[in-house]
Write a protein that binds this ligand. Structure first.
Ligand SMILES: Cc1cc2nc3c(=O)[nH]c(=O)nc-3n(C[C@H](O)[C@H](O)[C@H](O)COP(=O)(O)OP(=O)(O)OC[C@H]3O[C@@H](n4cnc5c(N)ncnc54)[C@H](O)[C@@H]3O)c2cc1C
Length: 389
């Protein structure tokens, strides 16, 4: 069957190389990892060794020095192969905070070692159980005592902590009541996780719908060196926002990879499965939903490329990045649903991988940012509708 994505002619070399890196990790591999609730160590190591996860780290620090468009293609191809970038994608968008706001010393110290695969920067701790999406109300505090900060509080849904050496942490350094704007007084820290549990960080894994390593974190007088602070104290919220457009575009590309994977599986199955003496795909009741989902994936993909193009040109792309994430997450979810429906009962059988990918792609409606928050961004910041919160 032909390639259903005409844009996959672009950046052919990257696509081919990422496909080759993913090829050994086939259906049997992912089913075993799922059965064992394991982390795909070998898969992540292979991508690291090949340098794909360091794509956005500039050449001068030993990284790939690629554009965001190219980086997004890497994640698209990972998801299109049947894998899930969720095991390793955070490195791509978290390192931007160190690159843009870190000191020269921090950049020299960390980026070359991350690029070489010696250090993993896969964790990003923002969400809290009480405050949820209302990030400026972050309750975790970091109080300076001489050459250290003492951290107290709780985070939830913090992914890959057990498979990362470093974690970006957002904490309040000035109490909310003492700042002129609620977005001030928050700071970002680069926390060394390697001895963190021994130093009192409590990590409690969360059993969840997908095979995704994610945790609750409890900080009780947890000390970190003052030089862990990234940039200026109190400006952390701004630093996190600065990374959001890249994150949205990269996640949109993962959704696009999923979307094409689902459409491919659906059209193959619908062409091969014979019921009532003919392929089920001959029935337009089966065919049309696949065609509609395909059209929506293609349309979302155009928005993803437009957002990435603006980002790479250094132009404002908040609206496009958010729309790309919204449309791509919707399109991948529609494709997942259509694919599962086209498979009938077999859609529920683990051996077809459809139910696993179905669960995995559902997450994009909620994390890393929920659909409603994107709509709220578009309503308030793009359409200038009255502010809701
Ligand atoms: C598997 C998984 C992995 C994750 N990994 C990470 C991670 O590594 N690091 C990290 O920091 N976080 C992580 N998260 C957290 C994720 O980013 C949040 O779950 C997400 O941002 C939503 O926040 P919440 O769960 O607190 O929902 P809430 O803020 O409680 O919101 C609940 C629902 O209400 C809606 N809602 C809330 N307020 C409004 C409003 N004013 N208007 C309209 N709708 C509203 C939301 O859209 C959402 O659908 C992860 C989550 C999951 C499930």
């Amino acid at each position: 069957m032909n390639d259903i994505n005409p844009l996959s002619r672009d950046h052919g070399e990257i696509r081919e190389a990422v496909r080759a890196a993913c090829a050994p990790y086939d259906s049997a591999y992912w089913q075993r990892i799922e059965r064992e609730s394991a982390y795909p160590e070998e898969f992540v190591q292979a991508l690291t060794t090949a340098g794909w996860l360091a794509a956005l780290i500039p050449d001068e620090f030993g990284g790939g020095g690629l554009s965001l468009t190219e980086a997004s293609i890497i994640l698209e191809e990972i998801n299109r192969s049947g894998a899930n970038s969720g095991a390793c994608h955070a490195q791509m968008y978290t390192m931007g905070t160190v690159l843009r706001h870190g000191s020269n010393e921090q950049k020299q110290n960390y980026l070359p070692r991350i690029a070489a695969g010696e250090l993993r920067l896969q964790s990003f701790a923002v969400t809290e159980p009480v405050t949820g999406t209302d990030t400026t109300k972050t309750r975790t505090t970091a109080v300076r005592h001489g050459d250290r900060y003492v951290v107290n509080g709780q985070k939830v849904w913090i992914s890959r902590v057990q498979h990362s050496d470093l974690m970006l942490l957002l904490a309040r350094t000035t109490p909310l009541e003492q700042v002129v704007k609620k977005s001030l007084g928050l700071s970002v820290f680069l926390v060394d996780l390697r001895d963190a549990e021994a130093r009192g960080l409590r990590v409690r894994p969360i059993d969840n719908m997908v095979n995704h390593e994610t945790n609750e974190l409890f900080f009780e007088d947890f000390e970190i060196p003052a030089e862990s602070l990234i940039g200026e104290e109190g400006k952390g919220f701004r630093y996190i926002l600065d990374g959001m457009n890249a994150e949205r575009i990269l996640i949109a590309a993962e959704c696009i990879g999923d979307g094409f994977w689902f459409i491919d599986r659906a059209r193959r199955y619908a062409s091969e499965r014979i019921v009532f003496d003919r392929p089920i795909g001959m029935n337009q009741g089966v065919q049309f939903p696949i065609a509609r989902a395909y059209a929506n994936v293609r349309a979302a993909d155009l928005m993803r490329y437009e957002a990435a193009r603006l980002f790479d040109a250094g132009q404002a792309c908040g609206a496009e990045a958010n729309m790309a994430k919204l449309l791509a997450a919707d399109a991948s979810w529609e494709s997942a649903n259509v694919c599962l429906q086209s498979h009938g009962g077999f859609g529920f059988a683990a051996e077809y991988d459809v139910e696993r990918k179905f669960r995995e792609t559902r997450l994009y409606q909620v994390a890393p940012i929920s659909t409603n928050l994107i709509l709220s961004y578009l309503g308030e910041h793009v359409l200038e509708l009255p502010r809701s919160f």
